[in-house]
Design a protein around this ligand. Structure first.
Ligand code: C5J
Length: 222
């Protein structure tokens, strides 16, 4: 696989390399009006605008037979994996918002509001990982699962660009994976944070990784 149009230079997977797709935190908590992200004062529409590109990459990855991983920022119902600093700075986690009983408790595994949105919902055979942190490698089995399959390269979509996506890219980079973030299949509540994140990922000769648009990724997977 080779993505010629990638920045800062072509993203090339050698013959012995193996690619997986990471779908980061496409959950109702961040995308819904009335959800967790919205309750923090953010507009959720920009995040939803990235869904068609994320779905296109997901479908192309499935057709190409890639290993697909979906992550969720999700705590255990007993909150035993919620560190006190996170709860202190984000007191809504684990609570039910006024008028949002249908959603259940915020960022809690198994609650309706913690579900992945239907546009990019997992299908049987894909790995679903609950993560208590921002990065997908922290306190999860992700590295073990990827290594067990010989994965060397990652395609990454998700929300939000500068928080869980960027943290995961940096964690993956430090563990030796070559990562490409799909630039129109990731979004932030803050346009300037997204722009800055994509710039810093590809800067200095791909110091964290590569970026390319979904059309180029889909074409390379076809
Ligand atoms: C945030 C995430 N933004 N998935 N989580 O708190 O990026």
């Amino acid at each position: 696989m080779r993505i010629e149009e990638a920045e800062p230079y072509p993203f090339a997977v050698p013959l012995e390399g193996r690619v997986a797709l990471l779908m980061i935190d496409w959950q109702r908590d961040f995308l819904d009006v009335g959800g967790f992200g919205h309750s923090l004062g953010n507009k959720v529409a920009p995040l939803r605008a990235a869904l068609p590109a994320a779905a296109a990459v997901l479908h192309a990855a499935r057709r190409a037979g890639l290993f697909v991983v979906h992550t969720l920022e999700a705590h255990r119902p007993d909150l035993s994996d919620l560190v006190s600093a996170k709860k202190r700075r984000c007191p809504a986690i684990g609570e039910v918002l006024d008028g949002q009983v249908e959603r259940g408790r915020l960022l809690i595994a198994g609650e309706p509001g913690n579900a992945i949105v239907p546009e990019v919902a997992p299908v049987p055979g894909e790995l679903i990982l609950h993560k208590p942190g921002k990065g997908a490698f922290y306190s999860t089995t992700l590295h073990t699962e990827l290594r067990a399959r010989g994965i060397t390269h990652l395609l990454v979509t998700g929300v939000t660009t500068e928080v869980c996506v960027q943290t995961t890219l940096r964690e993956a980079n430090d563990r030796g994976y070559d990562c490409l973030v799909v630039s129109d299949a990731t979004e932030s509540y803050f346009a300037h944070f997204k722009k800055a994140t994509l710039e810093m990922v590809v800067a200095q000769g791909a110091i964290v990784g590569w970026a390319a648009r979904s059309e180029a990724v889909v074409a390379a997977l076809s």
